[in-house]
Design a protein around this ligand. Structure first.
Ligand SMILES: [Cu+2]
Length: 188
């Protein structure tokens, strides 16, 4: 009991000595909706991240959405907030040097579904959508993607608009790994 409490308190006592706890492999929860007309109350998602031998596989199951509707979806760098922009830009394996805050990567050499996690889908008659993204690279644990963002359109690919998918409709923050789990032997 005391050991557990110490482990929970440790990150508060350390100042940058331990790695920041990253996101857990599984997250299931309700979307934070920015547009109730297309992401109604009760819309949820399950996001599963599997490590593979060579990289990562991300599965998305979304429910409670508008039936037969096309949504764009990506993993973004930061946690969700009241402002749709709070989730930050797309997670990129190779980061576009031309991108900056307020100036997203729109170069197809970087903003493409092999360098980012794109999870676009079209819902079925019940408002359920599924998507999978398989990559030959693992996430950079020093800057893992923290959120799933739903957009109004499927993702564009042309130069100058690559990676864009219309307004941000909703967001789901990935669950964080608790310090007690992060500090177990075998986990860095
Ligand atoms: Cu996005």
């Amino acid at each position: 009991m005391n050991v557990r409490l110490l482990a929970l308190a440790a990150p508060l006592l350390l100042t940058g000595a331990a790695p920041a706890p990253g996101p857990a492999p599984d997250t299931a929860g309700a979307f934070l909706s920015y547009d109730r007309a297309v992401v109604p109350a009760g819309a949820r998602a399950r996001l599963t991240v599997h490590d593979t031998e060579t990289g990562v596989r991300v599965n998305l199951l979304a429910t409670g959405l508008k039936p037969r509707h096309a949504y764009g979806a990506h993993l973004h760098t930061s946690r969700c907030g009241k402002d749709p922009a709070d989730a930050g830009p797309h997670y990129q394996h190779s980061v576009d040097p031309a991108a900056a805050p307020g100036q997203p990567s729109v170069d197809p050499a970087f903003a493409n579904p092999r360098n980012e996690i794109w999870l676009d889908f079209t819902t079925d008659a019940f408002g359920t959508g599924k998507a999978v993204s398989v990559q030959e690279w693992p996430f950079d644990e020093s800057r893992p993607p923290w959120s799933l963002v739903l957009h109004a359109e499927h993702t564009h690919t042309a130069p100058g608009q690559a990676g864009t998918a219309g307004p941000r409709l909703a967001c789901l923050t990935r669950d964080g790994i608790r310090a007690t789990y992060q500090n177990r032997p075998g986990r860095g």
